[in-house]
Design a protein around this ligand. Sequence first.
Ligand SMILES: [Zn+2]
Length: 377
Amino acid sequence: MPSDKHIIGILFAVLMVVISSCTPTQQAAAVPVGYTGELAHPKNVILLIGDGMGLPQITGAMYMNDNKTIFEQFKNIGFHKTQSADNLVTDSAAGATAFASGVKTYNGAVGVNAKKEPVPTLLELAEEKHMATGLVATSSITHATPGAFIGHVASRQDMDGIALGFIDSDIDIFIGGGMDYFARRKADDRDLVAELKAKGYQISNFFDDGDIGRLNIKSGHNIGYFTANAEPLPYSEGRDYLVPATKKALSFLDKRSENGFFIMIEGSQIDWGGHANDANYVVTELHEFEKVIAAALDYAAKDGNTLVIVTADHETGGFAVQPGSKLNDIQVAFTTKSHTALMIPVFAMGPGAEAFRGIYENTAIFDKIKAALKLGE
Ligand SMILES: [Zn+2]
């Protein structure tokens, strides 16, 4: 029998051979920025945006939930740089346009570049590829973030203009507030609800048809569901549709196209809690959003061919968990009622998730999703 020393010597030699035979490709896989390894291509992409959700908000929500957070499930994590074309501190319009179209533009721009020219969005590119598409939000569906995936206007204030994007596109399902911008428009006398119905849409709303969870969706039609005439309530005041809306939209899109789907789901009001410097508003909105993430991961786990990406456009409020905080009882301070320039975390799971490691510009989110779904090819 060889001695222990001899065995250790052999093991060491084997180890050296293994280390020295590592290929450049294997080494590159450990370097996430500019990831050039072979990436898997998912059939579906679920993009989840927590508006105004920086690491401080995630941290606060975690400490208010017994030190637990859904984000612990992710292994592929990166950061994006949020600044817009004209301001180190972005707004949601420029931030969402960076995600949706891959261009840095000025604050307030929705689906247009810095020269105010329309730029194609992920949703439009997915439609061109005959994929199914969806938008879900807890704001009006014409608000800056969802609006940037479907509208093309010079100013985010022009929500009547953003609503026209829903007529121009063939989006399969949308759920959110803002029925006024379709049915009671200031810009013109058009009735976009009637126009969508004429295009074959099944349009319903919270007031006439009840909760989204009970809605009977006919899978042969495109779907629009309005949750409010203008902006939906905060979660803490009774709005709780985002989780059932997510489940409804995913089960609908699952059967909608053999080419897969792209959907953007926004937890819109985490940002509004930040603007209000209201810690309870921020945390309750974020806890709801975490349940949405759980529902998306649940769908993706069952499907096996869905890439889930979770990020935010920017941080809001300069939120900080302060000294004196205890588990489930945090002390919070804010530095501003506006946004800040923090880098923002990106969490990804599913085929192609490795591409989201590293630090990159917010516009790279567009590039990575476009490459993952082979859009525009
Ligand atoms: Zn904001």
